[in-house]
Each structure stands twice: as structure tokens, then as C-alpha cells.
Ligand binder design. Structure first.
Ligand SMILES: C[S@@+](CC[C@H](N)C(=O)[O-])C[C@H]1O[C@@H](n2cnc3c(N)ncnc32)[C@H](O)[C@@H]1O
Length: 255
């Protein structure tokens, strides 16, 4: 595995059904941090790889960029369309080759996507489609240093059983491995930041009322019960998930 995560997943189906805005570590604060680090300017052409329900692409559009939002799953694209009728949405093929010419974008990012796929094939593609001097950003859940490959593989098997998706790629595994892959793919890294630091420092208040926050759950008790089960699985297997940590990487494509 895996570029096309075709069998994926109950868990992501739920997030699509609920139109969950941020299906990645650190939520809105991590997105704010990532977009700022990408230095997106008015009129920039930008690509959100694995856009999910489209919230980040909408944020980028608000700052004047022209986003293209790409996702494999029709349910996610439908949720993104519900969020904005103006987003340019494209259905990804189950193939690592991105359907864009070299240097098509000023910035490209992926939040909690590349670690679910094959980073050694996807990262070079992200770098290829950004112009020299353009930026590439990632927010990914990866393995803590010293996690043996066998342990990571066992946690992935558990994650697939519980949620239908792996926890993270096994190669590269830890932060140093990801840094080497990104630099080896033609990026000059500008930032490597722990998501925990960003989320603690910048967590915005959720201004929605109690009822508004729960409305999607109330609309579908069956999905709500599934979400409760997943929360329970998160707690029950806490030791397995504790082998993971989340990092934001931002770099500029070398000329
Ligand atoms: C964990 S979700 C993250 C969604 C979004 N980036 C966010 O942060 O809310 C992973 C997303 O990657 C998408 N995905 C999986 N494989 C993909 C592929 N080959 N090409 C594009 N998107 C893909 C999934 O459909 C899903 O929407």
C-alpha cells in the first residue's frame, strides 16, 4: 500500500457525512499556521492535495488565492461542494502521478494525507507541480523516533481494523526520515514544527453553540453511535497511538 486507498474507510466516511472541517492533527490552529508559513499571496495558484471537506481550500480562497482542491473520495468532494459552491474540485485518480504540468502552482500542501499513502512517490510529485521558489507544506502524523518497523506495522494493522486506514507510513518513519525525504526531493526546508506546539499556542475558541456543534450527530444517531465507538477505540488503544506524533514541514522548491 498505497496510493489509492480505495477501500478506505468507515472513519473518513463519517467525517465526510459530518462535514468535519479539519480531519488532521491540530485542527484549525494547525491550518492557520500552515497557510501563513506557505506565504500565500493574492492571485496565487495553490493546490490542496487530499482536501477532505474543503475547509482549508476555502480559507486559502478567503486570502485571495485560487485553490484547486483534489480528493480521491466522492463523499469528501460532495462535502467540499456543500461548503462552497465556488471551489474548483477535482477527483484524484488512484495513481501517484498528479494530473498537472511541472511548476503549475505557487504552493501545494497536504494535511494528514501523504502519510496515509506512499510518501516516497507522493512527495516528489508535490515538488514537481510547484514552481521553483514555490512552497510545499505538510501536516502529517508520523512515528516517534525509535519506533521499530515491526511495531509500526502492528499499529497500522490495528488502525486498519479499527478505522479502515493505516496510522502512518512506515517509510519514511520518523521526523529525520521525513526531513531527508523532503530535502532529497528538491525542497529547502524552512520550518519543521511540532503540531502540539502550534495547537497549544494558537487554539481558537469554538464559538458555535452547544446545539450547533451537535447538529450533525443529532441528524444521524447511527453515525453518532459509530463515532462513539471510535472514540472508545482511541482510548482503549491509547498505548498504540502514543507511538505517533504530528509535525508540520514547510519548504521552498530549490531552483
Ligand atoms: C485524514 S483526511 C484529511 C482531509 C483534509 N486534508 C483535512 O485535513 O481535513 C485524508 C484525505 O485524503 C484523501 N485521499 C486519500 N487518498 C487520496 C489520493 N490518492 N488522492 C487524493 N486524496 C486522497 C481522503 O479521501 C481524505 O479526504
Amino acid at each position: 500500500m498505497l496510493w489509492g486507498v480505495a477501500g478506505m474507510t468507515d472513519y473518513l466516511d463519517l467525517e465526510a457525512a459530518f462535514s468535519t472541517p479539519w480531519v488532521h492533527p491540530g485542527g484549525a490552529s494547525a491550518t492557520t499556521h500552515l497557510l501563513a508559513g506557505l506565504r500565500i499571496a493574492r492571485g496565487d495558484r495553490v493546490l490542496d492535495l487530499g482536501c477532505g471537506t474543503g475547509a482549508t481550500a476555502v480559507e486559502a480562497a478567503r486570502s485571495g488565492a485560487r485553490p484547486i482542491a483534489l480528493d480521491l473520495r466522492p463523499a469528501m468532494l460532495a462535502a467540499a461542494r456543500r461548503r462552497s459552491t465556488e471551489l474548483a474540485l477535482i477527483r484524484a485518480a488512484a495513481d501517484p502521478a498528479l494530473p498537472f504540468a511541472d511548476g503549475s502552482f505557487d504552493a501545494v500542501w497536504a494535511e494528514s494525507v501523504v502519510a496515509l499513502l506512499d510518501p516516497r512517490r507522493v512527495v516528489p510529485e508535490m515538488v514537481r507541480v510547484v514552481r521553483p521558489g514555490g512552497r510545499v507544506g505538510l501536516n502529517e502524523r508520523i512515528w516517534r523516533p525509535g519506533t521499530p518497523a515491526g511495531r509500526a506495522a502492528r499499529v497500522n494493522a490495528l488502525s486498519r481494523r479499527c478505522f479502515g486506514i493505516p496510522a502512518s507510513a512506515v517509510d519514511p518513519r520518523d521526523r529525520d526520515g521525513w526531513v531527508a525525504l523532503l530535502e532529497g526531493s528538491g525542497l529547502r526546508l524552512e520550518e519543521v514544527t511540532a503540531v502540539d506546539d502550534v495547537a497549544r499556542a494558537e487554539r481558537p475558541p469554538d464559538r458555535r453553540g452547544w446545539l450547533e456543534r451537535r447538529r450533525p450527530y443529532l441528524a444521524s444517531p447511527a453515525l453518532y453511535l459509530r463515532s462513539l465507538r471510535w472514540r472508545w477505540l482511541m482510548r482503549r488503544h491509547h498505548d498504540a497511538w502514543s507511538k505517533l506524533e504530528s509535525w508540520i514541514f514547510i519548504g521552498e522548491r530549490r531552483p
